[in-house]
Design a protein around this ligand. Sequence first.
Ligand code: ATP
Length: 371
Amino acid sequence: FEPWNDPKAKPYIRIVNVTKTFGDFVAVDNMNLDIYQREFFSLLGPSGCGKTTLLRMLAGFERPTSGRIELDGVDMSTVPPYERPVNMMFQSYALFPHMTVEENIAFGLRQDGVPKEERNRRVEEMLTLVQLTKFGKRKPHQLSGGQRQRVALARSLVKKPKMLLLDEPLGALDKKLREQTQFELMNIQEQVGITFVIVTHDQEEAMTVSSRIAVMNHGRIAQVATPTEIYEYPNSRYVAEFIGDVNVFEGRLSDVAPDHVVITSAEAGTQVYVDRGTSAALGATVWVAVRPEKLDVSLTAPEQPDFNCVKGTVWDIGYLGNLTIYHVRLADGKKVTAAVANRTRLRDRPITWNDEVYLSWAADSAVVLVS
Ligand code: ATP
């Protein structure tokens, strides 16, 4: 499922040169973005980067100051929210406290004058979808946070929208429940087969659920790509640092070939080899980004010839159970983070505070960034 790589696939949503200003503040800055049918698309970015504003424009609650939004080939500029084949689920869920679960889900259908029999059938269908068949007669206050979230989801889907917009849908749930609910949400999205666009500032959540992620920065898109691409091949320091942890070494390009480059980095205290080309020219300032889990930590110099290697001193160790995090200080004071999977038993892990260690990584497990 990669319609964005298929030149014949037609985007379901087209955001074309969209700008949204509030007074002289630019919340969304000349944005272009295509989203395809059945995608689970995430808008990810720090607070204030314009995610919610974009979502509200898709819903029709806000109008672009300039540019246009097309849905299934139709310009939505003059189409009011209630006439769009779109529904929005809010973080607060906004369930009616005095109504039962069934009544909450049926509310929209009742307003549309859907006959009772069909209404009941569709409510039943939704209760099955969100696995709440036994909870139809309860009131919202008799439900857990996760169950309330599912009622809100059922209510958003019962009118069969073509697209569901979700604003921080799992924000109110605790970590464990949120992780579980992410998988439920993916399952439900697959079953109903519609496009989900979700706003989140939780990177792990975006990584877990998304077909693609747009990482936003000050009203602009920094990168749009699959979770793997965003994580493994970020296009800038901003994206690399926003998604997960990363070590960045500044340096100068001292050799450029189509399939590899060499960077001379005072920060790393050595030359760094990267098995990948770059658009930057010889002599340019670039940054090498290496994820902590790509680093090996060892008391002896590694033997792999195609590995980069730097030496440092362990100044902090964080034991996370599944991982151990080593903070290592290099000769010039630069701090590097390595995350090592705890596959061996405790007594087989000899590295400790103040040890001199070798950090090494394969030439194909880093990226060169030009900005
Ligand atoms: P968060 O994660 O905190 O919700 P966000 O990325 O969703 O942030 P938006 O809510 O889209 O950010 O807001 C983007 C910027 O636009 C913010 O600086 C906000 O203050 C501003 N903004 C949003 N709505 C309005 C409005 N109605 N009037 C004036 N400024 C607004």
